[in-house]
Design a protein. Sequence first.
Length: 462
Amino acid sequence: MKITVHRGTDPIGGCVTEYEYKGWKLFVDYGEQLPGSPKSNPLEIEGLTKGDLTKSALLITHYHGDHIGCIGELPKELPLYIGKLGRDIQLALSEHLSYVDENQNMIIERLNTSREFSPGQLFSVGPFNVMPVTIDHSAFDAYAFKIEADGVSVFHTGDFRTHGFRSKKLGKMLEQYVGRVDYVVCEGTNVSRSETTSYSEAELQKKFENALAQKIGHIVYLSSTNIDRLFSFYHAALRAGMLFIVDAYQKQVMDIVAKSDSLWSKSKLYRYGEYEPLTLFRKGDDFTFNDKFIETIRSKGYVLIARANPRFDKLIQELPGEKIKYLSMWQGYLDEKNDAYNAALAKALEGGYQYLHTSGHCDMNSMNNLFRLLQPKAIIPIHTDSPDKFAELFCEEWPVIRLHDGQSIMPISSLTADSCRLRMFYTKELKDETPCESREDGEEAYGLDAKHIGAQPQWNRE
Ligand SMILES: [Zn+2]
C-alpha cells in the first residue's frame, strides 16, 4: 500500500490523503485551505481530479469546509462516500449559503449523488476494506476510518477530540471496531494550542447554566453546525425556564438531528424537551415579533442564537432590557492580524462579550492515550501548523513520519517483510572485527548484524 498526503502536512486545512494499492485509489477528504494559509496550486491528482476514475473513491470524514469544501470541483463519476446525517446537515448549510455563494450549488449537486456508509459497518472499495468509526468533533456525524489492504492497516483519525459529550465511548469503540493498527494518519491541530482545551463540553455547559441565573437576554454567537453546543445550550435554557430563540435555518438544522434515527438518537441531549426552540419569523428583510413575545422575554429572560449580520444586529438593538453577548467559537475570528478575521462579528461584539468556547480538537495527552490503544508502528501527522513540534512531542515513544505535501510512504506488509532479505551497513569504522566491504563509490561499509541492531529474528531469513 502507498500513502500519499497531497495537502495538509503543514499548515492546517485543505487535507487530501491518498491510499493506493494495485491501481485502486482511496482518497480521504477534499477541502478548502483555511483563510490566510499560503494557497497551493490547484491540485491535479490522477484518479481524483482527472484521468481514470473507475478504480477510485473519495471518503469524507465530516462536513467542515476544510474537509469537504472543494468536492463541487470533482468529476461527477467519482464515487463519494459520506455519513447520512452529516450529508443532510451539509445540504441544509449549502442551501442556506447558496444565495450568496455559487459554489454551494455544486456541493449540493455532488452530495445528491453520494453514497452512504454507516458507523461500524465494514465496506469495501476494490481491495480496500474500510471501517467507519464515529468520533467526537465539533462537526456532528464525524468519522475516523480504519483502512486495510495488502496486509497493512491504517487508522485515519479525521478531526476529533476526547473532551466532548460523545467522547467517553471512544476506547470501547476502538477496541471493538479497530484494534491495533500499523499506522495512524493523525490530525494535529492543537499541538501549539494547549489552552484551547481547558474545558470539557460538559464544564462549558455548566458555566453557561450558571450565567443563566440572570433572567436577562443572553445572546450567543455560535457556528450553526456546532450541534453539540447548540443542544447543550438549548437544554441549559430549558432548565433555566428561558426561551431558546433561533432563526428558521438554525431550527431546520436542529430538526434534522432531533428527528434523525442516528447512532446518538437515544441520547436525550439531541432530543427536544418540554418545548422546542422558538423560531423567529421574517417580514421582508427583518425579523418580526409581537407584544406577547416582548412580554415573555422580559419576564423570563432568553437565549438567542445569533449570527453577525444586519438582520440580527437590528433585532438585538430592538430587544428591550439588559443583554450579555457571548462568543462561542474560535477567538481568532476577532483578531485583526489573523487572516480569518471576521469584521462583521467583531462589530457585533464591539460593546464587549464573554468567551465561552472549547476546542473541537484533541489535546496532546489524550492523543497519546489514543496511540497507546492503537499501538502503531508509526504515526503520520496531518492537519497541523506545527508538524515538527508534533514529531518532537511524540518521537520518544512513537516513530513519527514527517511528510511534506505531495510525499508518500510505502509501508511493506508484515507478510512481505518476513520473506525479504535485508542487509544493513554502517559507513564509519567500528571498533571490533566487523566485516568491511569496499563499495563502488569509494566508501567503506561495515555490515551490521544482530549484535548492533538488536535481535530481529525475522531478518535472519535470507
Ligand atoms: Zn473539522
